[in-house]
Design a protein around this ligand. Sequence first.
Ligand SMILES: Nc1ncnc2c1ncn2[C@@H]1O[C@H](COP(=O)(O)OP(=O)(O)OP(=O)(O)O)[C@@H](O)[C@H]1O
Ligand SMILES: [Mg+2]
Length: 368
Amino acid sequence: MPELDQRDVDVELVGVTKRYGDLTAVAGVSLAVHRGEFFSILGPSGCGKTTILRMIAGFIEPSEGEILIAGKPTRGVAPNRRPTSLIFQHLALFPLMNVYDNIAFGLRMRGVSEGEISGRVAAQLELINLSGYGPKRVDQLSGGERQRVAIARSLIIAPTVLLLDEPLGALDLKLREHMKEELKAIQHRVGTTFIYITHDQGEALAMSDRVAVMSRGRIEQIGTPSEIYEQPQTRFVAYFVGENNAIAGRTAREDAGRVVVDTPEGRLVSRNPQGMEAGRSGLIFIRPEKLQCTAGDDRGSGPNALRGTLEEIFYEGPMVRMRVRLHTARQVAVVIPNLGRTVLPAVGDAVVVTFSADDAYLLPDGGA
Ligand SMILES: Nc1ncnc2c1ncn2[C@@H]1O[C@H](COP(=O)(O)OP(=O)(O)OP(=O)(O)O)[C@@H](O)[C@H]1O
Ligand SMILES: [Mg+2]
């Protein structure tokens, strides 16, 4: 990636740590969010996501390190003096106000004239596809409509950065899917920088320009959704983002960018993104959709073939998921698209699971 011009950076965290007594909620986080970017922070519950957002918004200050917004240090700057707007994890619209007054709130606080407010609220209502909803009470709205009102209320003050803390968390699955597309479309239209917090990897992958994956207060990896999914740099990222199969082994030798690994399943060949040398222990990761599963015990001609028994088949509509018990008793998950034509092996059949070395990647065991 070319060196970024500092002017293109909207939010920068430099070595940010937040401690609560003995607990380190955020540990030495550095990252830069670009202007107009949809940037997600993804990680399990308690890993420090909300803490980071609250520090950017100014509700709490870092114990160490620095946060810059549009190039300016923020220490000591109150939340209402920062060019940020935060949508809370547990969304708080004013229940006794109608939609119009909720959206107008930030402008009234800033002393904008009612004439101007009326035009800007109308524009926001149009942006979120709720024109005409101004007089409605908040409790007359669906969950998705409330979320959109919350977004309009935040965007109306034209923040440089919109901070969203799991805004879809409370919605049911179908609505969440819909709102994913809606949010992305709104971000496209307004061009505002979004920093989006979620513990849902599907959301992060689908919406973001880049994703930071966090674990226990630290950043594990920052990258585009495909980098995070296809080239995880740590075991945590490999396990947390999407589904993965892992097979432990010891490296025998390197071979033209590939590595030969001795495992209980036999010798396997994998990519070697971290250039691991011979004699190291590691884990080979292979995504379920990168595996093929055929009945019988013909190993074929490729290097990577695992023998086992088909233990279960789950019909999931667009795809079929299979669980195979290998002869070492280890299980692997296989996912194949439901093309309707494939003859599937039956439960109890002997099967061979194969994969290409290009689809497997070896990461160090690390001992941790
Ligand atoms: N005010 C506080 N005082 C003490 N500990 C806190 C405080 N706020 C957060 N923590 C702790 O810091 C850690 C990180 O909390 P945070 O709210 O940032 O997690 P999160 O990643 O947003 O989790 P979730 O996905 O559940 O919202 C947690 O262990 C939490 O208990
Ligand atoms: Mg949180």
